[in-house]
Structures are given as C-alpha cells and as structure tokens.
Design a protein around this ligand. Structure first.
Ligand code: HEM
Length: 153
C-alpha cells in the first residue's frame, strides 16, 4: 500500500507542479524572449513531452486511487474528501482531454503547416484550459490536505 500511495502522490506532484512551472515561469519567459513562430514551435515541443507524461500520471492516479478505494472497502467507506478528490480528478481529466484532443493535436498540425495566427489562437485556448486545470489541481491538493487533517471527513 505504501508504494501505491507514493505513486499516487508523485503523479499528482508531476501533473500540478508541471502546470505551475509552465504557467508561471515558461509562459512569461517565452513571451518575453521569442517571436510567434519560435514561440509556437517551442510550445508544440514542450506539450509533445509534457502532455505525454501527464497521460502516464493520469493512468497512475486513477489506478492507484481506485486500488486505495477498494482496499478501504469501497466508496461507502471512504471519507468525504476522497469523494471530492474523485470528482475534481474527473473534472481535471476531462479538461486535460479537451486541451489534448481539441488543443494540442490542432496546434501540432497548424505549427507543421506554419499557420502562425491560427496556431496562436489555439495556444490561447490551451492556456485557458491549463489555467483552469492548475486551479482545480491546487484545489484538489487543498481538499486532500484539509481532509487528511480531519476537516473534511
Ligand atoms: C482520479 C481519481 C482519484 C482517485 C480515485 C483518488 C483516490 C485517492 C485515495 C483513495 C486516497 C487515499 C486517501 C487516504 O488515505 O486517506 C488519495 C490520496 C491522495 N490523492 Fe487522490 N485520487 C484521485 C485523484 C487525485 C488527483 C487528481 C490529485 C491531485 C491533483 C490527487 C491527490 C492526492 C494526494 C496528494 C493524496 C495523499 C497521498 C498520501 O497521503 O500519500 N488525487 N487519493
């Protein structure tokens, strides 16, 4: 069980920490230093790597989270904060799917075709989805922290 919990925690840190770095450090730095074609190429290359790592993190979160719930005796036996975490986790996965399938795959095609204005618009949409998921991710961590401290049981 310790390994399962640890992998759940590491997957959550990878996903939320990666979004925090992308949003608060890489994005302003890219705006400051790069013109649109280079900036859009950079984001396509960044997402190609990071979003694939997030697929792995999601698989680990869902598998380890489900295993913990089963070992605790099912959803009827877990505290309220786990129900809230599951709901927020499902929302985060849905937003990630939008960012991947409607955002990243389109961005990749537009960058390959060198259609910079359209690619810029798609990048703007991805930015909004990442902002939303970062907010949901931080909220989830707050729910877990407060729940484990006994406030949301
Ligand atoms: C997607 C479905 C998810 C399920 C089914 C799930 C389930 C669980 C369960 C059962 C626990 C153990 C609670 C306890 O021992 O009291 C847990 C812990 C935790 N979860 Fe989730 N979770 C999910 C998603 C997430 C997400 C999206 C995040 C963060 C972004 C997250 C962050 C955490 C953290 C930080 C812990 C504490 C780990 C520890 O104590 O070592 N979970 N989760």
């Amino acid at each position: 069980m310790a390994i399962i919990k640890l992998s759940h925690l590491l997957a959550a840190v990878l996903w939320v920490g990666g979004m925090f770095f992308a949003y608060t450090a890489l994005r302003p730095a890219a705006m400051e230093t790069l013109q649109p074609p280079e900036r859009l190429r950079l984001w396509e290359a960044v997402f190609r790597r990071f979003l694939h790592a997030v697929w792995v993190a999601i698989a680990v979160l869902v598998a380890s989270g489900s295993a913990m719930i089963v070992s605790y005796g099912g959803m009827g036996s877990v505290p309220t904060f786990v129900h809230v975490m599951l709901l927020l986790g499902i929302l985060m996965i849905a937003v990630f799917m939008l960012a991947y399938f409607i955002g990243y795959l389109k961005l990749k095609a537009l960058v390959a075709a060198q259609q910079w204005p359209e690619a810029g618009k798609v990048l703007g949409k991805i930015r909004q989805w990442v902002a939303l998921n970062l907010t949901l991710g931080v909220l989830t961590l707050c729910v877990v922290g407060l729940g484990r401290a006994g406030y949301l049981s």
